[in-house]
Structures are given as structure tokens and as C-alpha cells.
Design a binder for this molecule. Structure first.
Ligand code: UFG
Length: 323
């Protein structure tokens, strides 16, 4: 298939492009490089630098390239930032997404795979949580993604768009060539590994009084390559749907730090900090639907393989991407 990948220069998008090309698809990447890196884009993918706010450019690109499917990664994705600056989250994740949908309608492209998130659920009553968990986000990031899921449902009904919403849990790990490099790093695993590399004095642990066994937050860490494979499978779908993408196993912040000490064989000092605003205590997926309906299976997502692959990437890319 010819696939337009928005955000294909970003962390998850660039690994997915690698997998798409490896499974014989043709890829056009659309990215404004605000978070992404030009050198993360696979050399066999076509690259267009553009912003989703640029409606005219987006329409021209869709008409020129005529993709058969869109995988929509581009967006703002940080919980704490969204608690300070909701406006950007709604402009990029909602308005930008509407421009993309309109360009799809105009160019006759119907399939879209959308990067949604478990943050659309808010604080679940029970974990693991399946797709029927009520969606009650507790931060603007999760809300912006939920609003776009709802917009997709209307475009499905009115314009015949076929959306697959993949609700990611915590993407982590690296492929051999592509890993996690944000210009301002806020994510747990890269912060832990950059501390092991000596680039940071310690890891801040945000909250040790959460309602979890050791008091630190629990997340379901999913290897970015397993996440990418869910997108490849979703390309085959021809009806709307929403799926959790996680492993069903949760790890606390403390457990991640301890596992990272073993993998890196380094001392990783920690410092307790107050809880971050908008952070749910525990998010763990029940992802049986994805396994049942698409035959997906996580094969790289043990915490050890996640940390080992990310550690390998950070060691070989100590400053991340060069741009
Ligand atoms: N944390 C720390 N110290 C850090 C960084 C994070 O203690 O230096 C904690 C956070 O408080 C949280 C957990 O580690 O409890 C994971 O935090 P991340 O920032 O790595 O990830 P989030 O769970 O906040 O968010 C990520 C993505 C979202 C996605 C979400 C799904 O950024 O886009 O996972 O849970 F929606």
C-alpha cells in the first residue's frame, strides 16, 4: 500500500516507517520536525516537511501523492505539558487532525490509523482495562485525543472514512537504528538511561504515595516495534474499530529503575519529587481484542528487552539524532 505517515520523523512514527518499508509498503512521511528528526526518517521513504495547520499544503500533498491509507502519529503527546498549555493540544491534536481528514476526503483516501492513547480513559476503576472502560480523561492531552476519536466516528458515518484508533500504553525501547530522542526529555525510560549514561545527576520519581503497592505509578510499557506491528496489521482492516495496545503487565517507576540498574550495570541515583499533575496512578492494558481480531502478539515487550534495546540505542547515540 502507499501510506502517508504523519509524524514519521518522530519516535514511534520513524520505527513504524522502518517496519512498513520492511513489509513492502511505500511510504510518504509528513512531519514539521518540531519534535521529529530528519535523520530519523528512513532513506527509502519520501519526505515532506509540513505542518498540519497548513491546510493548503496538506491538500496539495494528498492530491499529489494519493495515499491509500494514512497513519496519523503527528501530535502533541505530553501529559504535564498539556496541563500547562491546553491550547496547543487542541490546536494540534484536534484542528490539525481535522485538516488531515478533510484532505483525505478530498483525495479519496478512506483508511486512517490514529495514534490514540490510554490517557483517554483517565483513572480506570479497575486494571487491566479493556476498550469498554469509560473514557473520562483527566488531562487535556487525553481529552484532545478522545475528541479526535469522536470526530473520526462522525467522518466514518458521513464520509465513509475507516478509522482504526490504537490506544497506546507506554511506548518504549528502540530498534537497532531508531530510538527515543525528544529535545526536552520527560519520559521515564530515557531519563533513567540518560542518568545511567552520566548525562543526568539523578532520576526524579514523581510521587511515592500513589495508590499502588510501592507508591510509585504503574504503567504498561510496550516495545515500539510491537507497537509498530499493530499498525501494519491494522492496515488490513476495512471497518472502524478501537484497540488497546499494551502487554497486560504493569511496572512501577521503582521497578523500572531497579530493572535498569541490572541491564546497565550502573548506579542510578533517584530523588523523590511531588506527584505530577494529571498522572493516573496505574494504567495497564487488557489488549485481548487486538490479539483476537488482528492476530497481534507482543514479542519484544519484556521489560528486560525494552531496556536492553533502549540502552543499546542510547549508548550508540549518546546525543540522540544529530539534528
Ligand atoms: N516519571 C517519573 N520520572 C520521570 C519521568 C516519568 O517518575 O523522570 C513517572 C511519571 O510520573 C509516570 C511514569 O513515570 O508515572 C511514566 O511517565 P512518562 O512521562 O514516561 O509517560 P506517561 O505515562 O506520562 O505518558 C506516556 C506518553 C503519553 C501516553 C502515555 C500512556 O507520553 O503520550 O504514556 O500512559 F499517552
Amino acid at each position: 500500500m502507499k501510506v502517508l505517515v504523519t509524524g514519521g520523523a518522530g519516535y514511534i512514527g520513524s520505527v513504524c516507517v522502518e517496519e512498513l518499508l520492511g513489509t513492502g509498503h511505500e511510504v510518504v512521511v509528513w512531519d514539521n520536525l518540531s519534535e521529529g528528526h530528519r535523520s530519523a526518517v528512513h532513506p527509502r521513504a519520501a519526505f515532506l516537511q509540513g505542518d498540519l495547520a497548513d491546510r493548503d499544503l496538506l491538500f496539495r500533498a494528498a492530491l499529489e501523492h494519493r495515499p491509500e491509507a494514512v497513519i496519523h502519529f503527528a501530535g502533541k503527546a505530553l501529559v504535564p505539558e498539556s496541563m500547562r498549555d491546553p491550547s496547543t493540544y487542541y490546536r494540534v491534536n484536534v484542528s490539525g487532525g481535522i485538516n488531515l481528514l478533510d484532505a483525505m476526503v478530498q483525495s479519496g483516501c478512506r483508511k486512517i490509523i490514529f495514534s490514540s492513547t490510554c490517557a483517554t480513559y483517565g483513572i480506570p476503576e479497575k486494571v487491566p482495562m479493556d476498550e469498554s472502560t469509560p473514557q473520562k480523561p483527566i488531562n487535556p492531552y487525553g481529552h484532545s485525543k478522545l475528541v479526535f476519536e469522536q470526530i473520526l466516528a462522525w467522518y466514518a458515518q458521513i464520509h465513509g472514512i475507516i478509522p482504526t484508533c490504537l490506544r497506546y500504553f507506554n511506548a518504549s525501547g528502540a530498534s537497532a537504528e531508531r530510538g527515543e530522542h525528544h529535545r526536552v526529555e520527560t519520559h521515564l525510560i530515557p531519563n533513567v538511561l540518560l542518568t545511567a549514561l552520566g548525562q543526568r545527576p539523578q532520576v526524579d520519581i514523581f510521587g511515592d504515595k500513589h495508590a499502588t503497592p510501592d507508591g510509585t505509578c504503574i504503567r504498561d510499557y510496550i516495545h515500539v516495534r510491537d507497537l509498530a506491528s499493530a499498525h501494519i496489521l491494522a492496515l488490513q482492516r476495512d471497518k472502524p474499530g478501537a484497540f488497546n495496545v499494551g502487554t497486560g503487565n504493569g511496572h512501577s517507576v521503582q521497578q523500572v529503575v531497579e530493572a535498569a540498574k541490572k541491564v546497565t550495570q550502573k548506579n542510578i541515583p533517584v530523588r523523590m519529587q511531588p506527584a505530577r499533575a494529571g498522572d493516573p496512578p496505574a494504567l495497564v492494558a487488557a489488549a485481548n481484542k487486538l490479539q483476537r481480531e488482528l492476530g497481534w502478539k507482543p514479542v519484544h515487550s519484556s521489560l528486560e528487552e525494552i531496556l536492553t534495546s533502549a540502552w543499546c540505542w542510547h549508548q550508540t547515540h549518546p546525543r540522540g539524532y544529530s539534528d
